[in-house]
Design a protein around this ligand. Structure first.
Ligand code: HAM
Length: 404
């Protein structure tokens, strides 16, 4: 038997599909309320796009890409994340040259060859937003408030972790200080961290190895080395979040797994879904557009992991809707079909063709979650009437067909 690939799942029941569409509808509504527009980019892109944006030193590019040569000999890759493609589209369509503010949201499948476990898939789905053209830290706050609004609407609790990764003024100095520190403990750190020291030193800070973690407790902190501009932006961001009653924790080890960030970095985590607890992550990436050959444009964004969120969504109680039409005997079947056809011009109607007794029709109406159960038997047919029960108000009546 041929099975799906490891870490790649089907969605095949109504309940899951309902949750998925409810999430997309809710997140889309919030994104539109914040002035974002839909964008869709291809799943396949040139591998170079991800190497240059997500970064050669990241685990994503180093170990996790679905990369292959296509029939035309092109080096291509199934997107591991959405930001790079949106930035490519932004530049390719010359929007960087148009100036102004451009805000986009997207959702779809992403691919990372990670070790599958609960909450960690090889094909997973993200909902993301990217904003171009606003350098103000108010836009960072806006993005965080958006995620918070989406989670609130879905009934999902969270902890928000916040950090500043500095910019080209303060980051190089910090990096040098960190490298000196790493060298002082180099004999005791893991092989991955030894490699990170040369590729991207700040990534050592989120190493999961316990011995490394205890050593890095004494490492210089990025947050203590911020330049005036980064420090002032970070303080303003925290003030805005305080003013809007959004709780956060500052996590000086939050460096994120992608290389394009500067200044604000954030992650939303849940304590209710096990070890893969990050439900959304994002930050500012002011250098990326320029780095991908566009005109320098400040930018900030986030993405949410849909599969992880689906586990946490509290679904609203579904309201009954529409009509269920049933016949009590053969003679009424043709009549209810005609009636259903008329009613369907404006209303949702479920029609049962098999004659049944009243009790079974009521059960059928309940099963399809109809608001009204409408039944016609020989009596009703003779008198030109229809029996209706309002399953929400629990009232029943017999009315003339012409009033139906
Ligand atoms: P990321 O933190 O790599 O950021 O991914 C965002 C979210 O996608 C994570 O918080 C997690 O919920 C979900 N996720 C990631 N990997 C997996 C996986 N293997 N299985 C299931 N869910 C997963 C980004 O992708 C950036 N592009 C976010 C961003 C947008 N930054 C700026 N703009």
């Amino acid at each position: 038997m041929i099975k799906s690939l490891r870490g790649m799942n089907d969605i095949l029941n109504d309940e899951e599909y309902k949750r998925y569409t409810y999430f997309i509808q809710t997140a889309t509504k919030v994104a539109k309320n914040y002035g974002f527009h839909f964008i869709e980019t291809p799943i396949l892109e040139e591998t170079a796009l991800f190497k240059r944006s997500v970064g050669e030193s990241s685990d994503i590019v180093g170990k996790e890409m679905y990369q292959f040569t296509d029939k035309g000999g092109n080096d291509v890759c199934m997107r591991p994340e959405g930001t790079a493609g949106v930035v490519r589209a932004f530049i390719q369509n010359k929007l960087d040259r148009a100036g102004g503010v451009h805000r986009y949201f997207y959702h779809g499948a992403m691919f990372r060859y990670e070790r599958p476990q609960k909450g960690r898939l090889r094909q997973f789905h993200q909902f993301g937003c990217e904003s171009f053209g606003v350098a103000s830290v108010y836009e960072d706050a806006n993005m965080i408030m958006m995620v918070s609004d989406i989670l609130k609407e879905l009934g999902i609790g969270y902890r928000l972790q916040l950090n500043s990764l500095g910019d080209q003024n303060c980051m190089p100095q910090y990096r040098d200080a960190l490298v000196s520190f790493i060298e002082s403990v180099e004999s005791e750190i893991c092989e991955d961290c030894k490699r990170r020291k040369t590729t991207n030193p700040i990534r050592v800070l989120d190493c999961k190895n316990e011995q490394c973690q205890s050593l890095y407790a004494n490492a210089p902190k990025l947050i203590d080395s911020l330049c005036e501009g980064c420090q002032s932006d970070f303080d303003t961001l925290k003030q805005i979040l305080d003013d809007n009653e959004i709780a956060y924790e500052t996590d000086t080890n939050l460096v994120r797994g992608l290389d394009y960030y500067s200044k604000t970095a954030f992650e939303f985590v849940s304590d209710n879904i096990g070890s893969q607890s990050a439900i959304a992550g994002g930050g500012r990436y002011d250098r990326l557009v320029e780095f991908l050959d566009g005109r320098a444009t400040p930018a900030v964004g986030f993405a949410m992991g849909i599969e992880r969120l689906l586990e946490l969504i509290v679904m609203p109680q579904e309201k009954r809707s529409g009509y269920y039409l049933g016949a009590m005997d053969d003679a009424a079947v043709n009549f209810i079909l005609k009636l259903a056809h008329q009613k369907r011009q404006t209303k949702k109607v479920t029609c049962e063709y098999k004659p049944k007794n009243l009790k079974n029709h009521l059960k059928g109406a309940d099963k399809v979650h109809a608001r009204f159960c409408c039944v016609i038997g020989s009596n009703e047919l003779e008198n030109n009437t229809i029996w209706i029960k309002d399953l929400e108000m629990k009232t029943e009546q017999t009315i003339n067909i012409k009033d139906f």
